[in-house]
Design a protein around this ligand. Sequence first.
Ligand code: PLP
Length: 390
Amino acid sequence: MLNNIEYNFDEKVNRKNTNCAKWDGLDRYFGYGDLNPLWVADMDFKTPNFINDEIIKAAKNASYGYSIDSDDLYNSIINWQKNQHNWNINKEDIYMINGVVPAYSACIEAFSEEGDEIIVQMPVYPPLFKSITANNRKIVVNELINNNDYYTMNLKDLEAKITSKTKILALCSPHNPVGRVWNKEELEKLANICIKHNIIIISDEIHSDVTFKKFTPLASISEEIANQTITLNSAGKTFNIAGLNCAYAISKNIELLNGFKKIAQKREIQSINFFGYIATKAAYENGADFVEQLKEYLLKNMQFTKNYFEKNCNNITFVQPEATYLLWLNFKDTNLSHEEIKNVLLCKSKIALNDGVSFGSNGNKYFRLNCALSKNGLEIALNQIVKEFR
Ligand SMILES: Cc1ncc(COP(=O)(O)O)c(C=O)c1O
């Protein structure tokens, strides 16, 4: 523990009327303002003081002009990747950008032409496929294999779908929403197919720190795989600083990184929020113990949720995720249609979850629940759900 600090994840944080998308965006996104929000992938926990104190210190100086990156920031990223994931990267492999999603979109422009094909493994975080059509490229769907809600890659299908127009594979690692931490063997097999067909891999590793089994950064596996890969990451999910818009791209392939930089500069996404740098550096310099305690708390919340459904409403099930605080709930045993489930959640349970269908194919009768909130708050929400489904 950092100075023996015990983080209090039970503390209730007021997020209402704070321009908070999760809490204040309910009416806009769901048509009801009175829902209990367990949707957007951020946390209802306090951002830890080792970050907050740095932000307050900077704010006390009362000067918010344009900011610039520093060696300390790069060192914090380099050390974090080394210490957490045993990945050796250098300053020249990193490029700072204002978000993983804007960077992903820039990668699409950098590494493919209009009309080219990009493979996505569905169901998946929606911007990873929406951005493809927004950039006038074609989505190639490679559905994950669902074995009783434990998902694996369908590499046979993936390879069969590759044509001369296939230029990019969008990898979500760990995977949102199905919660898989892809193991080294799975990643190697996937990467070898991409190398064989000269397909660039964009590896979105934003969920890599909240992992409950060993996470392997794709580009850490071998030089050859690193050469084929651009990785996108940020401290946003792990430390609840997503609203500060600070992220980074990593590639060991200088040509790839330069190609990406060119488009990032064209799109003006390389200019970072003043507080983003400060928070990211503070998070990576001091955050290891926080992450350990966070994961412990999340695991308990997940176990609690599992027991709660089993005991009170066994027609809602999920497989415990290997990463993230997102539970991919299966409502198939309710024998209701997807629309009926959605209506019950919104109109009776009064709960905002992410609609499984919004994650592309294979999301029918699934809803994503974010369990990064106090146990007490979680229990209230679960009670609201099971009351209407048992
Ligand atoms: C897989 C994945 N990538 C990217 C993002 C968003 O990244 P950013 O806020 O840095 O654009 C999210 C947020 O939920 C996510 O789940």
